[in-house]
Design a protein around this ligand. Structure first.
Ligand SMILES: Cc1cc2nc3c(=O)[nH]c(=O)nc-3n(C[C@H](O)[C@H](O)[C@H](O)COP(=O)(O)OP(=O)(O)OC[C@H]3O[C@@H](n4cnc5c(N)ncnc54)[C@H](O)[C@@H]3O)c2cc1C
Length: 566
């Protein structure tokens, strides 16, 4: 793990490098030319220069052994610079993941050492033309080559689609079917029969190289099989989802903030209707503040999950990684789109960057698992929790949050508790009426889970800030009072979303007969959820004041009288 000082130094060098080598004009020109700046990616991977990849590599293999928390902060910073370049660096990280988590000690020493010492670029070859979200459908094969009854190598045939760094990587990890199932192999660029297509002409992240790969009778020695045992590929890929999805979540967060950080100063200067736009609620309370709240909800979840992963006692936290990714990438994209709107006609032109950020951040909702696959992952896992606890899982979590409200009435924990209780009621209704037979219901549950859990986590983050107990490296853009206001804003949104959309969806799946509707509304505690909206505009005013540096008077915390119905 890095010291706080070492991390700050790395972040500073990254910012300074970007300022010098990747100013806006250069980014716009590269984007327009649809060009991956390979020499910049190599410079950033060179251990004698920036050596960003050293953060991802354990110390025993020559890296700096950055924690999940460190890597989240670096990913956020890279995304603030350019998501294409960030993707290119991330591809080496992703490409080496099967090695980090599944390789033999000799393989780790050799390959991770190569990345650390030589700055070797990797690509991660999982997706195929017919196998995207469903990797189990992969068709690439690895046939055993035997000599004297011993496996000496493999002959790989197939194709891979949309591989980041596909055309520039020195080595590629390739997922292929062996007789014992999907298995990772390391293939060198230039190996006979291993070719790549021309770069894809993409909507965004045009500074990253994305290419299809073809493998025609590509021979690799047996020691290129990651871990030395066939059939471990999907397990090895699954082992890191919690971690890698937190990284992509950080991409969404960084890009979303990069866009807002252009819209905020713009609106402070842009005068329309006799005053700066920053003074108009119709502007700030639609285009800025709600996006800040959603991004910070995503951040709270990222930070909490990163801390939990770093403790190393709770497994890979795949569902938590999915929640972090879902919330932060959806929020990042929405924030970038709102930033185009916030800049009006200027926002629609290349020069002002927000349209590029909006095109770039769009991919974070697709790669490393689409948003819908995240909804499915989250919905399925928490549904199981609901069944296992006989419907008490979210009521119990709500009670914990209510305890927090008792200690810190200003952080919006009471509102988060309302969302969690409502979620438990929706799940129970879905169980009784067997509604998860509708895939739509299960996926929507995934979304409401993400909102309710993020509301609770953001309230917890605000409470920790009040107590001065945030992670020493935690982002400190907002003080405790501002975080509490942001938490109340997001909590209100989460509670309304869960209850309202939940009611609609459950009713839409024929789960509520008309006479039972009133009782169901009461179970969801709709009145309390509506009452909890009181104070929303005052909180938005306060957060806008903080964002525009014009905090004049302390906000009056609007705590709601929560009807604690459990
Ligand atoms: C720029 C870019 C870079 C990439 N980099 C890499 C890389 O480096 N390495 C790599 O291996 N891959 C990479 N990918 C591939 C990426 O991970 C996949 O595109 C992604 O996983 C989705 O797969 P797909 O495109 O085949 O879409 P599909 O799986 O076909 O999905 C299409 C749509 O259907 C939805 N859907 C899918 N399954 C279900 C279901 N069961 N129920 C309901 N809805 C469903 C999806 O959410 C999506 O909206 C990259 C892609 C892009 C565009």
């Amino acid at each position: 793990m890095l010291t706080k000082k070492a991390l700050q130094l790395s972040l500073k060098s990254l910012r300074e490098f970007a300022k010098k080598r990747l100013p806006d004009e250069e980014l716009i020109a590269l984007d327009e030319r649809d060009e991956c700046p390979v020499e910049i990616v190599r410079h950033m991977s060179n251990p004698d220069k920036l050596g960003i990849q050293l953060l991802f590599i354990p110390e025993e293999y020559g890296g700096m052994g950055g924690s999940t928390f460190d890597v989240y902060l670096i990913c956020e910073q890279m995304a603030r610079i350019d998501l294409g370049v960030a993707t290119s660096l991330f591809a080496t990280f992703l490409g080496s993941d099967p090695i980090t988590f599944g390789a033999t000690p000799e393989q780790k020493k050799y390959w991770l050492g190569k990345i650390a010492e030589e700055g070797a670029l990797f690509a991660y070859g999982a997706t195929e033309p017919d196998a995207g979200s469903d990797l189990g459908a992969l068709k690439t094969t690895a046939e055993r080559v035997e000599k004297d009854g011993r496996i000496v190598g493999y002959r790989i045939n197939g194709s891979k689609q949309w591989i980041s760094n596909g055309g520039i990587a020195d080595h590629c990890t390739i997922l292929a079917n062996t007789p014992a199932g999907p298995t990772w192999f390391i293939v060198d660029a230039g190996t006979k029969g291993f070719t790549h297509d021309k770069p894809e002409n993409k909507h965004g992240i045009r500074l990253s190289n994305t290419s299809a790969l073809a493998l025609n009778d590509v021979y690799v020695d047996a020691d290129r099989l990651v871990g030395g045992v066939e059939g471990q590929g999907l397990v090895q890929a699954q082992m890191v989802f919690g971690y890698t999805r937190v990284m992509v979540a950080a991409f969404g967060l960084g890009a979303g903030w990069a866009a807002l950080d252009r819209a905020i100063p713009y609106s402070a200067k842009r005068v329309q209707g006799g005053a700066p736009l920053s003074e108009k609620q119709g502007y700030t309370h639609k285009l800025i503040v709600p996006h800040v709240a959603r991004l910070e909800a995503g951040r709270a979840y990222i930070e909490e999950t990163a801390e939990r992963i770093d403790k190393g006692t709770e497994g890979s936290l795949n569902t938590e990684g999915a929640i972090a990714k879902y919330m932060s990438t959806e929020a990042g994209h929405a924030a970038a789109d709102a930033s185009i709107q916030a800049l009006g006609g200027y926002g629609y032109t290349h020069e002002y960057m927000v349209e590029k950020i909006s095109r770039d951040v769009r991919i974070t909702r697709i790669y490393e698992g689409t948003s819908e696959i995240m909804e499915m992952t989250i919905g399925r896992d928490r549904w199981q929790q609901h069944l296992k606890t006989r419907g008490q899982h979210y009521h119990e979590r709500a009670r914990q949050v209510e305890d927090m409200h008792a200690a810190h009435p200003e952080v919006g924990a009471d509102i988060a508790a309302l969302a969690l209780h409502a979620l438990a009621e929706l799940m129970e209704k879905a169980r009784i009426n067997k509604l998860t037979r509708h895939q739509h219901v299960l996926f929507r549950l995934g979304e409401w889970v993400a909102y309710a859990e993020c509301a609770a986590t953001l309230a917890r983050r605000a409470a920790l800030a009040v107590e001065g107990r945030l992670h020493e490296k935690a982002n400190d853009r907002f003080d405790a009072k501002a975080l509490a206001a942001i938490s109340r804003i997001f909590g209100r949104e989460a509670a309304i979303k869960v209850a309202h959309e939940g009611l609609r969806t459950i009713a839409g799946a024929d789960g509520v007969a008309a006479p039972g509707m009133t009782a169901f509304e009461q179970a969801l505690n709709l009145t309390a959820i509506f009452n909890a909206q009181s104070g929303l505009i005052a909180d938005m005013d306060y957060v806008a004041d903080v964002l525009y540096g014009r905090v004049r008077k302390p906000a009056t915390p609007e705590t709601t009288e929560t009807v604690l119905h459990r």
